[in-house]
Design a protein around this ligand. Structure first.
Ligand SMILES: Cc1cc2nc3c(=O)[nH]c(=O)nc-3n(C[C@H](O)[C@H](O)[C@H](O)COP(=O)(O)OP(=O)(O)OC[C@H]3O[C@@H](n4cnc5c(N)ncnc54)[C@H](O)[C@@H]3O)c2cc1C
Length: 478
């Protein structure tokens, strides 16, 4: 009998200790049966219980993970059911139920930098990709245009093959298992993402943009920067000419043996047969100038709230606004909007929608508790811009204050939002966290230059923390 599946909403309610107690790696038995392989995949699929959708659950996960942070560097590449060697916090980090800054800060409070360097570095990769895309938004718009073009114009045989692979019928059992895991849990381990994307691009020879779109629709952590640029990196477009190839020997080294129990199709990724596809032509990424933003409106005039009546728009790119400089504001109302139009246009999977709704509800409730003002949430088919303009008018607001969405679907909505509000003489005051304001513009070239600059910042931050602890002064971050 099929086991009932939990939804993302129930995930939030489930207690952390039971999720961290999920079984880890199992050992291989030489003559493993199909039914046992199935059981292993079921264990993998049950990992849906392990993606915190509230801030409290994310912080609990982090606390539970901290004792193993020093072993992260050695174990992070191992792909085993339940994913015990990685944090599984990417959906929470993506929605900023918790921030990279807070996690890095807590790591450096409790551990020597050298002992946790790999984890800090991985956490900061998210910011590198964010900054890189923010400086080159045309890479995002070109990718979305390419997805639309391929859907309309690609060879029907190519589209049929892509559909088969996306349905888990590609023919390599272990990779088909990952496809099922992605669809049924909304998550894949980083190494599995690399193998899967490499297989799609270099073995199936399918267009990277369609594969990236498939991930984007299903991942709970779907992020325009990490996903688009992760795919481009595997294709060899990010570091031009350096593609990532999925090699059988690499899977055999890092994949739990029971996931490889069914060897069907593995010969297609034998080290000797996999070769990089030629790179597609594309226009060079246009680099735009960085536009600095304040971390809160009016803060330079000594007040965090501008004159007049303002609402705070809470959205899925930052669901802990009360933990930012905006926490000092006194908004008249808080609003979150679930934009059904945008979700439908992106073809988001139901599991991802459920996660987003739970996270939004959690972010709004916490903000309401902090700001002690009325809260409103709407699920609308009228469109995001129209909803923001309507509520601003109903509430007699001068406009909205919000964290500026980064490049991606929400960022694409910025011109329409500004125009809808301007119709009635209202406006939006965009803000950005200081962490982003300092780090993101540094993503001008490769990761390692960025990492060096980030480390200098982290050292300054750690020194400021130590000083503020000694002198009992308020803590200085960046
Ligand atoms: C093809 C491809 C597509 C990807 N798509 C996404 C995506 O849409 N959204 C997304 O958040 N990540 C994406 N990644 C990056 C990475 O796979 C995930 O962030 C990671 O697997 C999340 O699992 P975790 O939280 O357990 O990671 P951990 O190993 O526990 O790492 C902790 C945190 O560090 C950050 N991090 C770790 N590895 C990376 C990385 N390679 N790039 C950027 N940040 C990283 C994440 O915030 C992660 O939550 C993609 C990678 C590839 C190769």
């Amino acid at each position: 009998m099929p086991r009932p599946r939990m939804t993302a909403a129930t995930t939030a309610a489930r207690s952390e200790p039971s999720s961290t107690a999920l079984p880890g790696s199992r050992t291989r038995s030489p003559g493993v049966e199909e039914s046992e392989f199935q059981t292993t995949l079921d264990v993998m699929l049950d990992s849906e219980a392990t993606f915190p959708a509230t801030r409290a659950a994310a912080l609990a996960r982090w606390q539970a993970f901290l004792p193993q942070a020093t072993r992260y560097g050695a174990l992070r590449n191992q792909v085993v059911p339940g994913h015990p060697h990685v944090t599984r916090l990417s959906p929470a980090l993506r929605a900023r139920l918790v921030t990279t800054e807070a996690l890095v800060g807590s790591l450096l409070e409790t551990c020597r930098f050298a002992a946790v360097e790999k984890l800090v570095q991985e956490l900061v990769w998210r910011d590198y990709w964010k900054g890189w895309l923010e400086l080159r938004p045309s890479v995002w718009s070109d990718y979305r245009a390419e997805v639309d073009r391929l859907r309309r114009q690609a060879d029907p045989a190519l589209l049929r093959r892509a559909e088969a692979v996306m349905a888990g019928q590609g023919g390599i059992a272990v990779l088909d298992g990952f496809t099922r895991e992605l669809i049924e849990t909304g998550y894949l381990h980083n190494h599995a993402r690399m193998w899967w994307a490499g297989y799609w691009i270099h073995v199936e020879r399918l267009p990277w943009a369609l594969g990236a779109d498939f991930f984007y629709r299903h991942l709970l952590d779907a992020d325009p920067a990490s996903n688009t640029l992760g795919w481009r990196w595997v294709a060899g477009l990010q570091t031009r000419g350096k593609a990532y190839l999925p090699r059988r020997s690499n899977l055999e080294k890092y994949c739990a043996a029971n996931l490889l129990a069914d060897p069907t199709g593995l010969e297609r990724i034998d080290d000797s047969v996999v070769a990089a596809v030629p790179l597609p032509d594309e226009r060079p990424a246009e680099r735009v100038a960085w536009k600095p933003l304040p971390d809160a409106p009016g803060i330079t005039e000594g007040s965090a709230t501008p004159p007049g009546s303002w609402g705070l728009w809470v959205h899925g790119e930052d669901l802990s606004v009360e933990e930012s400089a905006l926490g000092q504001m006194r908004p008249d109302v808080l609003l979150s909007v679930f934009d059904a139009q945008r979700v439908a246009a992106l073809g988001m999977a139901p599991r991802r929608i459920a996660y987003l709704k739970t996270a939004l509800a959690d972010g709004l409730a916490r903000a309401g508790h902090h700001f002690k003002c009325p809260i409103e949430s709407c699920e609308t088919g009228e469109g995001l811009a129209e909803a923001l303009a309507r509520v601003a008018q109903e509430r007699g607001l001068a406009g909205w204050v919000a964290m500026r969405p980064s490049v991606g679907p929400l960022g694409d909505a910025i011109p329409a939002i500004e125009a809808a509000l301007a119709r009635d003489g209202r406006k939006v005051i965009w803000c950005r966290r200081r962490w982003d304001e300092h780090l993101w513009p540094q993503a001008s070239a490769g990761f390692f230059g960025f990492w060096e600059k980030a480390q200098r910042r982290l050292a300054t931050q750690a020194a400021a923390r130590a000083k503020s602890r000694d002198s009992q002064q308020p803590e200085l971050l960046f």
